[in-house]
Design a binder for this molecule. Structure first.
Ligand SMILES: Cc1cc2nc3c(=O)[nH]c(=O)nc-3n(C[C@H](O)[C@H](O)[C@H](O)COP(=O)(O)O)c2cc1C
Length: 173
């Protein structure tokens, strides 16, 4: 059964079934973001993230979580700044590329330089340039709280993620 199939449960499912828990969590529709930063050696790093959310308007804070097993864990820990890009519905290829290990994620991409030299991607719905304010251990992930210092938006349809599939809003939306 694929993650895209609807799953009906008549009753509660045991918490010891991680696959069932993952499927249940997949019912929560999210947008898709790419978080970018600079490594200590100056190289561009980034990954696809759907754990992004808003936290506070005053002061302006956002949150996302990074797996403890991420190959970029130390780099994001140390980065002074990072940028969160909200992807548009025609950026599925970018979402897939930035979710793939061992590829040159920035190959052929046009970027501009944001606060702290962070690479900014083009044609997104929005981006948020953040100071790496604080981090909090949370199980097998670490929560990253970002203080938004600058942001930009564009009138584009967002990319949606639901039930393990990329989707877009219907025409009436
Ligand atoms: C839809 C989607 C959402 C993801 N969200 C997260 C996330 O919130 N946090 C995270 O650490 N990894 C997340 N990942 C996994 C990372 O994108 C992936 O592990 C990473 O890009 C691997 O590349 P790397 O080895 O270069 O770090 C997500 C993947 C996908 C496909």
């Amino acid at each position: 059964m694929s993650l895209c199939d609807a799953v009906d449960h008549d009753g509660p499912t045991t918490i010891s079934d991680p696959r069932a828990l993952r499927n249940a969590l997949g019912n929560f529709a999210t947008g898709i973001t790419i978080v970018t930063a600079r490594n200590a050696d100056g190289s561009a790093i980034g990954l696809t993230v759907n754990s992004f959310n808003s936290v506070s308007l005053e002061p302006p804070l956002i949150v996302w979580s990074l797996s403890q097993t991420s190959s970029r864990f130390d780099a994001f820990q140390r980065a002074a700044h990072y940028a969160v890009h909200v992807l548009a519905s025609d950026q599925i290829e970018l979402a897939q590329r930035f979710a793939t290990s061992g590829v040159d994620k920035f190959l052929g991409l046009r970027t501009s330089s944001g606060l702290g030299g962070v690479p900014l991607l083009e044609n997104c719905c929005a981006w948020f340039e953040c100071r790496n304010e604080s981090r909090l251990e949370a199980g097998d992930h670490r929560l990253f709280i970002g203080a938004v210092e600058r942001f930009a938006t564009a009138q584009r349809k967002p990319l949606i993620y639901h039930g393990g599939c990329y989707r877009e809003l219907g025409a009436q939306d």
